[in-house]
Design a protein around this ligand. Structure first.
Ligand code: PM9
Length: 459
């Protein structure tokens, strides 16, 4: 029997009209935006692949839930629905809502980190690392070496290198390590998963030393897809079951609901640890809002509760999503465009070092490439290289990450594969004239999270 193609597991019932611009317009617009795609107006963008964060299309069920917002200051029905959904989907007993993921990171870091502590993690994430540093900690990368190699085809490039973790414990002592932060579907590595086997081993090692395991569970559903596909013994398990198993090896999680949970705003801190929960409740009222809304409207909590259930109700949503990411990635591979392999969950990452080998890293090849791609075809992407990596706090020099990437991030349920065809052709056309592209210099640099607002000019 012939193999039937798979299609979107939904149909479209509301649309937003897109505007196309000319190349000349885009040349002016990107210059006005200081060659930083974060500073473009969305109205000037044709296909927006800046991020999958808060950019999902919600379902009719989520929109219906928005109408059931119980906008009480305290004890909203939607909060009860949220904690029930978190327990059902992720398995944690206690939940503290926050306005988005970094709100949860802030609270967690302030509770667990003391001045001089070390926080190992499977590669840094920008906001996570900054909150660890603001709390007095130092992030230590303990991801496997393959994660830093865009051409390594390791199936679980998000895995922790247990020898690196052991070395850190031996060097600084376990009392200086309050927790390890494990990110699923590691964003800065190219959307790469961590395996269940690795998680179990991390848990065992941390148990020996009394170190907590905290999950950045922002994209755990996507990670579960790769486990189902690649890790022996998981083929016949549901995504929902695998998500629960991932969380079972951890003491708690920070979550940006703006990704897997299919909402435009929202996040939470969840845990089984009663002490951590009590401490989080004390801080959330200072920084976010009462512990039963944490900076969110009742309707936002309802949409997030419904979204997280929807994300695992069947395997179809996440299967389609990763299929679409691969649809784009495989077109680029077929045209010999250098991208990170294996193709990740939420995005295709262009390897700017190989795309623009004539631009030295301190002339920001990925920033340059993202700007050039916008001018080429109106597609907005995000730099994930030296600009995102910021500066070394001690030397003042840039951090020079091995990965110098441009992320083509796919919003959930928003674009069709025809849009992906347009993106692919734009990248291919740009690659054909890559030698004409020259680098940038930074002319304005904020101290923290500089990638959001930095400005550039052509060299
Ligand atoms: N991620 C992204 O585009 C949005 C901001 S870009 C700095 O990928 C992880 C793994 C994330 C993440 C946000 C956050 C923070 C934490 N962990 O944006 O605060 O990918 O909801 O979440 C972005 P919030």
């Amino acid at each position: 029997m012939s193999k039937r193609p798979i299609a979107e597991p939904y149909k479209i019932k509301m649309i937003q009209v897109l505007r196309q611009t000319t190349k000349e317009e885009r040349q002016r617009t990107i210059a006005t935006a200081g060659y930083n795609t974060f500073l473009l107006h969305s109205a000037d963008v044709y296909i927006d692949l800046l991020t999958d964060s808060g950019t999902s299309a919600m379902s009719d069920d989520q929109w219906a839930g928005m109408m059931l917002g119980d906008e009480a200051y305290a004890g909203s029905v939607n909060f009860d629905n949220l904690i029930a959904a978190v327990t059902e989907v992720y398995g944690y007993r206690y939940t503290v809502p926050t306005h988005q993921g970094r709100g949860a990171e802030h609270i967690l870091s302030q509770i667990l980190i003391k001045d001089g502590d070390y926080i190992p993690g499977n590669m840094y994430f920008t906001t996570t690392k900054l909150h660890q540093e603001l709390a007095g900690g130092t992030f230590v990368d303990v991801i496997i070496d393959e994660a830093h190699d865009p051409q390594s085809t390791h199936p679980f490039k998000g895995n922790v290198d247990l020898a690196k973790l052991q070395q850190l414990i031996d060097e600084v002592g376990p009392e200086k390590i309050p927790y390890i932060c494990i990110e699923t579907n590691v964003n800065m590595a190219g959307g790469q998963p961590v395996s269940l086997d690795n998680l179990r081993k991390v848990r065992d090692l941390c148990n020996q030393y009394g170190i907590k395991v905290i999950l950045d569970s922002t994209r755990t559903v996507e990670n579960a897809f790769f486990i189902q596909e690649r890790e022996a013994g998981n083929k016949n398990r549901s995504i929902k079951e695998i998500v629960r198993e991932i969380c079972s090896y951890t003491d708690g999680a920070t979550v940006s609901g703006k990704k897997d949970c299919l909402v435009n705003i929202g996040g939470f801190l969840a845990t089984d640890d009663e002490w951590l929960f009590e401490e989080a409740k004390k801080l959330v009222v200072i920084y976010e809002g009462l512990h039963t809304y944490g900076g969110l409207a009742g309707r936002d909590m309802e949409a997030m509760a419904r979204g997280m259930r929807e994300a695992v109700a069947t395997d179809d949503g996440v299967t389609w999503r990763i299929n679409q990411t691969r649809y784009l990635g495989e077109q680029l591979l077929a045209a010999d465009i250098p991208i990170v392999v294996p193709i990740g969950g939420h995005a295709v990452y262009l390897d700017a070092k190989r795309f623009l080998p004539h631009i030295p890293q301190d002339q920001f090849p990925a920033q340059t490439l993202a700007a050039a791609l916008y001018v080429e075809c109106g597609v907005r992407a995000m730099e994930r290289g030296i600009v995102s990596a910021g500066r070394n706090k001690e030397t003042g020099d840039h951090n020079y990450p091995q990965l110098e990437l441009v992320r083509l991030t796919i919003p959930r349920r928003v674009y069709t594969n025809s849009h992906m065809d347009v993106v692919a052709q734009g990248v291919i056309d740009l690659y054909a004239r890559r030698a004409e592209i020259s680098g940038l210099k930074m002319v304005y640099e904020p101290e923290d999270l500089r990638f959001f607002q930095a400005r550039f000019e052509p060299c």
